[in-house]
Each structure stands twice: as structure tokens, then as C-alpha cells.
Design a protein around this ligand. Structure first.
Ligand code: PMP
Length: 461
């Protein structure tokens, strides 16, 4: 293998896309995640610039030589004689055949060499054909400005979050988050003991003007500036907001002005009920400031851990080193199933799946909205979520904790207290997070009736 090959391996491929030039793909087949308006004018970061974002811990990571050889031997093809790799022999694999059928009649079959490959180690970045497929899908869906980028298949976006935080965050450093955010992100943050700067939201999400004044104040006071903003822009967990394009553009502009990156966690991108095309941060990323996490957990299957990160090469290579150290690579079998499913379905089949998932969640959201209106109108306050799986409900109480763990539990209703969505779980919260995604339509009324009963019991105490 040549030095050039090794260089390619280390530098990764690039995900190029030119706005408006995707020939093979009509966005209406799925949804639209880019804007027809031009991407923001911004100066792209250079490899040198990225150095200031990379944590000291992450900068110490180095590629393992044997993993590089695995990648090289993958590229060299199957004929090379290899005394290099300490891999299992496929002769010990007990499986000979795997067949899955979808409800729509599509088939995934793995057998022979395909199955053997699906049971073997692969390069850290992921099953190469899946990596190519996801590069193209990401490029088609988001049409990002033409900067080098690449993808890394991760075990769920949770794993992407974990690696991204390790990549960027120094212990005790400041980090920007939505005021109420994803509990799994806080779990990642905790050991770093960061200064969490929660930016308030209204029912359309983060308020950019507040973000700007927070940043300006820190700058004036000479405080350490945050290196990144963690955002769930569509169907935020727990608030259900969908950040409108104007706010996304303004936040992106602030990222360029105050020099931070955007960690865009978008597992609910296909679960947007507004029917408004909304560009992702990736699609606005003319400066290379976005690490984007995609996940098919909510619309396909969380058990497959089907997810990927997209980032500029200087950052993606570091994420890859983390993945290599942590788990070598995502589950090959799951990647092989996903690849064949996406190939068999084509874009039309994927679109059908995504439309079906969105319609199912939308019907459940509408049913819970109607049931809450019928039973809880004078007991609580909420906005109907524009995306995702949650109602964020405010009660007229100081703290919901007792109510959740005593009254509701005794009456057979499981709830999540607002604390779970705050970094500081010890502070009182008047909020509840209600997930409608798993509740059947016919049970929604009972759920809201029970909730009303719980609130009334609590109020009467
Ligand atoms: N981010 C957010 C905002 C989530 O709500 C979730 C799942 N609840 C995740 C990440 C994790 O998803 P995955 O299954 O892809 O790891």
C-alpha cells in the first residue's frame, strides 16, 4: 500500500456538495433540510483554527497502527495475503443465513461472503459502502456549502454526543445549551463539571437575542467564552420546539462572531409537524463550524443504533480516534442490515418509512393535545409541540417531584419530572415532560384523565 493510500486513510474522504446541483435526488421525496436563500457569508475555519477547539485530552489521542492496517487491507482488497490482522477467522462464525422482512414486503438477506463480512471487524469509520451511502444521503438532504466534510458511523447519536464532548470540552469550561435540554447530554457533561450556560427558549426555541446578550456580557467581563453550543433544533427534547430558519441563521452568525461551534443533535428532524421546510445548521455551515449528529432511532429502530456524525475532517478524524479507542467501530451486523435496507428501499422506500413514522407520531401528538384540552385545561399550561415526541407542561406548583414519585405512581401513572431536563436536578421544577410516542391513540384520553386526577389530588393536599 502506497504512502498516498495511507494519507487518504488518515485524512478521510470529503463530502462535497454544490448547492442546487444534486441531480439524482428530489428533496420532495423525503423532506427539505436546506434553504433556497444563500448560506451565510463566513470565513471558513482552517485546520490551524480547529486546534483551539480540540480539548487537551483529545489532542493526545493517536491512531493505533493495527487499525490503520485494517483500513489499508480493506482498501487493498481481499486478495492481499495478510499476516497483519489479529481478526477472528470467519470459519468460527456459527451463522450461515440471515433474512429479515419489512412490513412493506422488502427483504434484507445476508449470506455467504456478505454475511461473513457483516460478522467481521471493519474500519473504524464504518462499513465502507454504508459510509459512502450516508455521505451521499447527507449531502443530498442538506446540501451543505462546499467545504470538506466526512461522516463517521456511530452507535446511536448518544455515542456521537459522548465523543463530541470529549473532543471539545475541558473540565470546568463553559458550554452553551438550551435552558431545558436532553437528559442524556447532561449525563455526558457531568464528569466534566462544566459551567452550563442555559439559554432560555420561548415556544419557537432558543431566543437568539438573549444568546447574543449573554455572549456580549461574557466578552465584556473577560470571562472564558464557550467553545460550543449543543442544540436539538427540531422537536427539542423536552420542549418540542422547532427553531425557525431566521433564528438558525442568527445563531449561526453569532457562532461566527463569538467563535463557537454548533453541536447539532437532530434525531427528530423527520418528526417535524410544521410542514415548513427548515434548513439544518449543517446546510448553513459555510465556515465549517457544525458537528452534526444524525440518528434513525426514532423513525426506524433504536436497537439498530443507526446513526452517524458529520464534521469537517480536522474534527472527524479526532472523533474517529475516540471511537477507535472506545469500541473499534459500530456493530458491523447492524450496519450491514441498514445498508441493505437503504439500498433495497431506495429513496422512495425511505421516504415512505419516514412519512409513516411522522404520521403516526403526529396522530398521537394530536390525540394527546385534544385529551389535555379536555381534561387539564385549567390545571396546566403548555404549547402543542411542533416536532418530536414531548409536551412540556407547566403546572401551578412549585415542584413536581413529590407528585411524580408519590401521587402519580400510586395512581399508576408514570411521568418524568422537569428536573430530568435541567442540568441541576436538585432545583425545584414546575414542569412535567409528557412523552406521547409510545401511547396508543385509544389510551391517550385515559392518560390525560389520570394526569388531571393526579394534579387535583396534589392541589388538594
Ligand atoms: N439526542 C436526543 C435529543 C435524544 O432525544 C435521544 C434519544 N432520546 C438521543 C440523542 C439518543 O438517540 P440514539 O438512539 O441515536 O442514541
Amino acid at each position: 500500500p502506497s504512502a498516498k493510500l495511507l494519507k487518504n486513510v488518515l485524512e478521510g474522504h470529503t463530502l462535497h456538495s454544490v448547492r442546487g446541483v444534486s441531480q439524482s435526488f428530489n428533496y420532495e421525496d423525503i423532506f427539505k433540510f436546506y434553504s433556497d436563500a444563500p448560506a451565510p457569508a463566513a470565513t471558513p475555519l482552517t485546520d490551524r483554527d480547529y486546534e483551539r477547539f480540540i480539548s487537551k485530552r483529545s489532542a493526545l489521542r493517536q491512531p493505533g497502527l493495527t487499525r490503520q492496517i485494517t483500513q489499508l487491507s480493506y482498501q487493498a482488497g481481499r486478495d492481499a495475503v495478510s499476516l497483519a490482522e489479529g481478526m477472528a477467522s470467519s470459519a468460527v462464525f456459527p451463522f450461515t443465513h440471515l433474512r429479515l422482512e419489512t412490513s412493506g414486503g422488502a427483504e434484507v438477506t445476508l449470506e455467504g461472503e456478505k454475511l461473513r463480512a457483516a460478522l467481521q471487524y471493519v474500519p473504524t469509520q464504518g462499513l465502507p459502502d454504508l459510509v459512502s451511502h450516508l455521505r451521499q444521503l447527507t449531502s443530498d438532504l442538506h446540501r451543505p456549502p462546499p467545504l470538506p466534510r466526512d461522516v463517521l458511523v456511530t452507535s446511536g447519536s448518544q455515542s456521537g454526543l459522548y465523543m463530541a464532548v470529549d473532543l471539545l470540552l475541558e473540565p470546568g469550561a463553559p458550554v452553551l445549551v438550551q435552558e431545558h435540554s436532553y437528559t442524556g447530554f447532561y449525563s455526558v457533561l457531568k464528569p466534566y463539571q462544566p459551567e452550563v450556560i442555559g439559554i432560555p427558549e420561548d415556544h419557537h426555541g432558543v431566543i437568539p437575542e438573549i444568546l447574543e446578550s449573554v455572549l456580549e456580557e461574557r466578552l465584556c467581563k473577560g470571562q472564558l467564552m464557550p467553545k460550543f453550543f449543543y442544540l436539538v433544533p427540531t422537536g427539542s427534547n423536552p420542549t418540542g420546539t422547532v427553531l425557525p430558519e431566521g433564528r438558525r441563521r442568527k445563531i449561526y452568525e453569532l457562532a461566527c462572531r463569538y467563535d463557537f461551534l454548533i453541536l447539532e443533535d437532530d434525531p427528530y428532524m423527520f418528526v417535524n409537524y410544521t410542514d415548513q421546510p427548515v434548513p439544518s445548521f449543517l446546510s448553513l455551515d459555510s465556515a465549517g463550524r457544525v458537528i452534526r449528529l444524525d440518528s434513525l432511532s426514532k423513525v426506524l429502530s433504536p436497537g439498530l443504533r443507526a446513526a452517524w456524525a458529520t464534521a469537517p475532517p480536522a474534527l472527524l478524524q479526532r472523533l474517529q480516534l475516540h471511537q477507535e479507542a472506545h469500541c473499534l467501530h459500530s456493530c458491523t451486523l447492524a450496519m450491514a442490515i441498514l445498508l441493505q435496507l437503504l439500498q433495497t428501499w431506495g429513496r422512495a422506500g425511505l421516504a415512505t418509512q419516514l412519512r409513516g413514522a411522522r404520521a403516526l407520531y403526529r396522530a398521537r401528538r394530536d390525540a394527546l393535545a385534544a385529551a389535555l384540552r379536555a381534561h387539564c385545561a385549567h390545571l396546566a399550561h403548555w404549547h402543542v409541540p411542533e416536532g418530536g415526541m414531548f409536551f412540556w407542561v407547566r403546572l401551578n406548583v412549585e415542584d413536581v417531584r413529590d407528585m411524580v414519585f408519590k401521587t402519580a405512581f400510586e395512581k399508576g401513572l408514570m411521568l418524568v419530572p422537569g428536573q430530568a431536563c435541567n442540568y441541576d436536578t436538585s432545583a425545584p421544577s414546575p414542569h412535567l415532560r409528557l412523552a406521547f410516542s409510545k401511547v396508543k391513540l385509544e389510551d391517550m384520553d385515559t392518560a390525560a384523565r389520570l394526569l388531571a386526577d393526579v394534579i387535583r389530588t396534589e392541589q388538594a393536599k
